[in-house]
Design a protein around this ligand. Structure first.
Ligand code: NAD
Ligand code: WQD
Length: 336
């Protein structure tokens, strides 16, 4: 079975390529490297001892993408490629809408023309907007608060409509909660550009001495210790969720969306403590005001994925911190 992976050189994509190769799939990556480095794919080969094919191409180049499909004739597609920074999407909405939505429409059109009709799509818990109820289930109301989230929601709607129009498509959207951690080899991991927006990469960079102090955004939420609570999921558990989705895709009818989370909420302060323990480093922090657009608490009800995909997250917060630290200390400058 051959899987075409868009965005496969990126953070979650590279970890998924490892698990695909370990599971015996043939892998073809299409990535324009706008937010990644080809070295990640060299490391994927090193970890697995297996090969994969790489095309440096942009999903906006419809004709080139079609050529790749005609050459490769994949059985299924996993679609990671997209821009993902919430703040940046507010500043540059048209760039986000064009890259994420036009890129996806091009992909779907090429898939339709080349008769490839199995797709697993990277969605996000961001589609639940500011849900005040936890744990979050798939049938909760969907809405968004920023252009990035809007692209995920619009793409889910497009995919649903594609299936409604032609039921020979099989499409699964996986709604990730907070992906963190790294492969245990320390060879691949998250490599953000500039100042990290997300908690774990920032904490890791404080631990390794690249940043002085973490700002904790608010300690007055109605949570265990007043700081934000999130469902941090190990990227390897997440990657394995894609393998399960591919295993089941032929058996599902039409369009399905699944939460990929642990079902467990961890606060910012709990995360800092766990990272200090795993790294043996002090994480200096200061409490500052809430970050605009944040909610106090968000965690998944992952029982649907457990029941229908046979998937469950197994790795702990300790594993997450140990593996993130192993990656950070061995690659203080990321892939550069
Ligand atoms: P990433 O930026 O590391 O990976 C995305 C990859 O897509 C990059 O390698 C980038 O170069 C590529 N890409 C972007 N636009 C492209 C285009 N037009 N053509 C070809 N390649 C293109 O991000 P990630 O963290 O690995 O996220 C993967 C997917 O998961 C994204 O769709 C993201 O929105 C989604 N997601 C991520 C998170 C998270 O916190 N990391 C959470 C929920 C959902
Ligand atoms: C987690 C907690 C912050 C940084 C984002 C996107 C979401 C999804 C995953 C793509 C919150 C606090 C953070 C810092 C802090 N991405 N924090 N200091 O906001 O839950 O989700 O990434 O789909 O769409 O919005 O993740 O890691 O930014 O924040 O105190 O420097 O850490 O306030 O409580 P978030 P995060």
């Amino acid at each position: 079975m051959k899987i075409l992976v868009t965005g496969g050189a990126g953070y979650i994509g590279s970890h998924t390529c490892v698990e695909l190769l370990n599971a015996g799939y043939e892998v073809v990556v299409v990535d324009n490297l706008m937010n990644s480095n080809e070295i990640s794919l060299e490391r994927v080969k090193k970890i697995t001892g297996k090969s994969l094919k790489f095309y440096q191409e942009d999903l906006l180049n419809y004709e080139e993408i079609k050529k790749i499909f005609l050459i490769e004739k994949p059985d299924s597609v996993i679609h990671f490629a997209g821009l993902k920074a919430v703040g940046e999407s507010v500043e540059k909405p048209l760039w986000y809408y064009e890259n994420n939505i036009v890129g996806t429409i091009n992909l779907i059109k090429v898939m339709k023309e080349t008769e490839v009709k199995n797709l697993v799509f990277s969605s996000s818990a961001t589609v639940y907007g500011l849900s005040k109820i936890v744990p979050i289930k798939e049938d909760f109301p969907l809405n968004t608060t920023n252009p990035y989230g809007a692209t995920k929601l619009m793409i889910e709607q497009i995919l649903m409509d594609v299936v409604n129009a032609d039921d020979s498509w099989k499409i699964i959207s996986l709604r990730y909660f907070n992906p963190v951690g790294a492969h245990k080899s320390g060879l691949i991991g998250e490599d953000p550009n500039g100042i990290p927006n997300n908690l774990l990469p920032f904490v890791s960079q404080v631990a390794v001495g690249k940043r002085d102090v973490l700002s904790v955004f608010g300690n007055d939420y109605d949570t265990v210790d007043g700081t934000g609570v999130r469902d941090f999921i190990h990227v390897v558990d997440l990657a394995l969720g894609h393998i399960k989705a591919l295993d089941k895709i032929d058996k599902i009818s039409g369009y399905k969306a699944y939460n990929l989370g642990t079902g467990r909420g961890v606060s910012v302060l709990q995360m800092i403590k766990a990272f200090e323990k795993a790294s043996g480093k002090e994480i200096k922090y200061k409490i500052v005001g809430r970050r605009s657009g944040d909610i106090g608490e968000s965690f998944a009800d992952p029982s649907l994925a457990n029941k229908e995909l046979g998937w469950k997250a197994n790795l702990t917060i300790e594993d997450i911190c140990k593996d993130a630290w192993n990656w950070q200390k061995n690659n203080p400058e990321g892939y550069k």
